[in-house]
Design a protein around this ligand. Structure first.
Ligand code: AOF
Ligand code: ZN
Length: 350
C-alpha cells in the first residue's frame, strides 16, 4: 500500500510558495504520479485569479502522460466555473485513476461536489491524508469561508516573565535580530498589519506591509512620522472632526466604549473591503482587549531568555481582572521553534 504522506508534505511546501499572493484564495499544491507511481509533475496556485494547483501541474504534461496515474492535492479539486474551469473536469479528461486529498473544500460552491464529480467518473478518491496539517495551512481561508470573518493573528515579543517593556518603556531590544527577521516573514503572510498610536509614538516603526491599520482614537500621530511614509493606511478613530491627511491615508470611524475603539466593528469593515487576515503588532492594551473579546485566532509569541522581574514592567496582555485561574483564556500550542537565543511559540485559540 502506497503511502501518500510524503507527497502531501510536498504539496504543502509547494502551496506555501503562494503565501502572501493568493489571498483570499487558499494555498494549494499538487503532485502528479504516473501509472507506475513515478512523480511526473508538480504545481501550485501562484497568484489570486491564476490557475489552480491541479491545472498548473497537469498543463505541464502531455495529454496522455497522467493516464492511469495519481494526483495528490491538499484541497478537494474544485467543481465550479470560477476564474478557471473546474479542476475536477480536467482530472477526469486526463484519465487519472486516483486522487488523494488532505481536506474537503469548505467553500460551499465546492464542498463535496468535486469529490462526487471524480467518483462519478470512476476515479478512486482517498481523503484525509495529513488533514490536520492541511487545515492549519489554510486556517485563514477556513475562517473566512465558515464564519465570514477576518482572521486575526497577534504577535508579541516578551521576556520570560511575559513583559514587553520596563516601567519606563524601554524595550529595544527584547529579542534578537534573527527573531525580528522572522517577524517580517510572518507579517508578509497577512493582508494588513494593525497597530496603535501608542506603539507608533513609542517605537516609530515602519511596518513593511501594503496595507496598514492604525488605531488612533484621539488622532495623536503626526503624518510626518516614518510609519506614514509607505503603504495604504487606514487611521481608525472615533473623532469626526478629521484633519487633512496625505493621499495614502483614509479615516475609518468606529464607535468607542470605555475609551476603547470597537475593534470588532473595525474587523467587520476590513473584511467587507476584501481583506482576509490581519497581523496585530501592538502593546498590552490592544492585545489584552483582543484576548478578552476572544478575537485573536492565533498568537505568535517570541520569548527571550531575559527576566525583568519588576511588577511595574509592561505586560504583553493587560487589562483583564480575574480571580480564578479557571477564568484564563486558553490556547493550544501549534509549534515551538528555536531562533537562538529566543524561541517562537505559535498558538491557536481553543
Ligand atoms: C484556488 N487555488 O489551487 C484551488 C482552489 O476564484 P477562483 O475561481 O479561482 O476559485 C477559487 C475557489 O476554488 C476557492 O475558493 C476554492 O474553493 C477552490 N480551489 N482555489 O484559488 C487552487 N484548488
Ligand atoms: Zn480548481
Amino acid at each position: 500500500m502506497q503511502s501518500y504522506e510524503k507527497y502531501m508534505q510536498k504539496c504543502f511546501e509547494l502551496a506555501k510558495q503562494g503565501v502572501g499572493k493568493v489571498s483570499p484564495n487558499p494555498l494549494v499544491g499538487c503532485v502528479v504520479l504516473d501509472k507506475n507511481d513515478n512523480e511526473i509533475s508538480t504545481g501550485y496556485h501562484k497568484k489570486y485569479g491564476e490557475n489552480h494547483a491541479e491545472r498548473d501541474a497537469l498543463l505541464k504534461l502531455g495529454v496522455n502522460d497522467a493516464m492511469g496515474g495519481t494526483l495528490i492535492v491538499n484541497l478537494e479539486p474544485c467543481s465550479h466555473y470560477g476564474k478557471t474551469p473546474p479542476c475536477a473536469d480536467l482530472i477526469v479528461e486526463r484519465g487519472l485513476k486516483k486522487v488523494v486529498i488532505a481536506m474537503r473544500d469548505v467553500n460551499p460552491i465546492v464542498a463535496g461536489n468535486g469529490i462526487k464529480k471524480l467518483q462519478d467518473a470512476g476515479i478512486e478518491v482517498i481523503e484525509g491524508v495529513l488533514e490536520e496539517e492541511a487545515k492549519e495551512l489554510n486556517e485563514v481561508f477556513i475562517k473566512n469561508m465558515q464564519e465570514h470573518k477576518l482572521f486575526v493573528a497577534l504577535k508579541t515579543a516578551t521576556t520570560l516573565d511575559g513583559k514587553i517593556a520596563t516601567k519606563t518603556g524601554s524595550s529595544k531590544w527584547i529579542t534578537s535580530s534573527k527573531a525580528r527577521e522572522i517577524v517580517k516573514k510572518l507579517r508578509s503572510a497577512y493582508d494588513c498589519v494593525l497597530t496603535t498610536s501608542s506603539t507608533v509614538l513609542t517605537d516609530n516603526p515602519k511596518f513593511d506591509c501594503a496595507i496598514k491599520v492604525l488605531l488612533d482614537r484621539k488622532l495623536k500621530c503626526n503624518f510626518s512620522m516614518q510609519y506614514f511614509k509607505t503603504g495604504k493606511i487606514y487611521v481608525v478613530t472615533s473623532r469626526t472632526d478629521l484633519p487633512k491627511a496625505p493621499e495614502n491615508v483614509e479615516f475609518i470611524n468606529v464607535s468607542e466604549a470605555n475609551n476603547k475603539l470597537n475593534v470588532q466593528e473595525l474587523f467587520e469593515f476590513l473584511y467587507k473591503t476584501g481583506l482576509s487576515s490581519v497581523f496585530v503588532e501592538a502593546g498590552g492594551t490592544l492585545n489584552g482587549q483582543l484576548i478578552e473579546q476572544n478575537l485573536a485566532d492565533k498568537i505568535y509569541q517570541f520569548i527571550a531568555p531575559k527576566i525583568v522581574g519588576d511588577n511595574l514592567a509592561k505586560s504583553a496582555y493587560s487589562g483583564r481582572d480575574i480571580e480564578e485561574i479557571s477564568a484564563s483564556k486558553n490556547y493550544t500550542i501549534q509549534s515551538v521553534e528555536m531562533y537562538e537565543p529566543d524561541v517562537l511559540i505559535t498558538l491557536k485559540r481553543n
